[in-house]
Ligand binder design. Structure first.
Ligand code: 2U9
Length: 365
């Protein structure tokens, strides 16, 4: 056998013996690398006479071809062997439950929003939404909140710089702000939809009066009914039904205290009774009272501001903090933790995404 045939068989044997991609790579470099045996042979072609090259050229190129295709075939074989090995060992029994991967949880605010939507849907309320950036007519004026009212003050409201004021229909500038409650959603509904109206308006609201227990953004839900012959009894029944379903207790007792809001007359603040069980406050009974929301009959001026006749249409409305309701029902004691995004808190207080609240299944998880 010529040396080239000897070299060829020894290289093909080395290729065959390579049992890992790295070992095969070593053979490739040893043969076809810069200092490789086949590369060296190829370089000799240059010094040969044309006749000699006529003879040796095809032989040496044949060798390079054989080694190159041998290495490529072996590489493919090794890779498919490795893949089959992995497929064999990584057999996934799809019938087995998924391994306990860290699961995202539903934030308590979202859970409570879903619970409230479920409860009010059952009473025929639709969910209405609107812009978080509002103008001061929808957020204040239409709600009978006079220009001088402290709620309008800078320390309570995030205003946009005047140059961002929008021109209203008669061209004068509407001051823009971050809504301080979701009431402008109800105003937009009353000015765009014929009564009767039954809506809840959940969403983010902004107040620049944050302190240890108040955050600049929190979540509110407000409710509104506009119809004929609506009176305080309808308000009380609706609030009792909602709070009994929400706290999943039939012994929820309400206390209505006269109060004042510019957009309702009469206005009442509502407390729920609680009992102390093993030192903890439990909703139900009336050992003590906890304020949960404000409400009242929609002020005539608000109905007029929305172009409706208050002698034909009456209504009631209420407003409450969703974060606060969540703390009352699920026992959190620090509002700020709601916004920290701390995974331990979310794993502890969060809800399983599959636990979609249904009235039949008891809205709570
Ligand atoms: C329209 C007419 C009346 C909504 C109302 C309250 C009372 C109230 C506070 C509760 C806690 C805000 O989140 S909170 O700080 N809200 O007490 N809200 S009556 O009254 C309306 C709304 C819209 C058209």
């Amino acid at each position: 056998m010529s040396d080239i045939e000897v070299l060829k068989s020894s290289l093909l044997a080395a290729i065959d013996a390579a049992d890992t991609p790295d070992a095969l790579e070593a053979v490739r470099i040893d043969a076809l690398g810069k200092q490789g045996s086949v590369s060296a042979l190829l370089k000799t072609l240059g010094q040969m006479s044309p006749e000699e090259r006529q003879v040796q050229g095809p032989v040496i190129n044949g060798l390079r071809e054989a080694v190159t295709s041998g290495i490529a075939a072996k590489k493919a074989a090794l890779e498919s062997a490795i893949l089959n090995q992995r497929l064999a060992t990584e057999r996934l029994d799809m019938t087995l439950p998924a391994p306990e991967s860290p699961r995202g949880t539903v934030h308590p605010v979202s859970q409570v929003m879903d619970e409230l939507a479920e409860i009010f849907a059952d009473m025929g309320f639709a969910v209405a939404e609107g812009p978080e950036i509002e103008d001061d007519w929808h957020n204040f004026s239409a709600l009978n909140i006079p220009d001088t009212h402290p709620a309008r003050a800078m320390h309570d409201t995030f205003y946009f710089p005047d140059q961002m004021a929008q021109k209203d229909e008669n061209g004068d500038g509407k001051k823009m702000l971050l809504r301080t409650h979701t009431s402008p959603v109800q105003i937009r509904t009353m000015t765009s939809q014929e009564p009767p109206i039954r809506i809840i308006a959940p969403g983010r609201v902004y107040r620049s009066d944050s302190d240890a227990t108040h955050t600049p953004m929190f979540h509110q839900i407000e409710g509104l009914v506009i119809d004929k012959g609506i009176h305080l009894g309808h308000l009380k029944w609706t609030l009792e039904t909602f709070l009994k379903a929400f706290f999943e207790r039939d012994d929820v007792v309400l206390r209505l205290r006269p109060s004042y809001f510019p957009f309702t007359e009469p206005s009442v603040e509502v407390d729920v009774g609680y009992s102390v069980v093993k030192g903890k406050r439990v909703i139900g009974g009336s050992e003590g009272w906890m304020e949960v929301l404000g409400s009242g009959m929609v002020h005539r001026k608000v109905i007029e501001a929305c172009g409706l006749d208050p002698d034909v249409w009456q209504g009631f409305a209420f407003g409450t903090g969703v974060d606060r309701l969540a703390m009352l029902k699920y026992g959190m004691d620090d509002l700020r933790a709601f916004f920290d995004g701390d995974n331990r808190w979310l794993q502890h207080y969060g809800f399983n995404a599959l636990d979609v609240p249904t009235l039949s299944g008891g809205v709570g998880a």
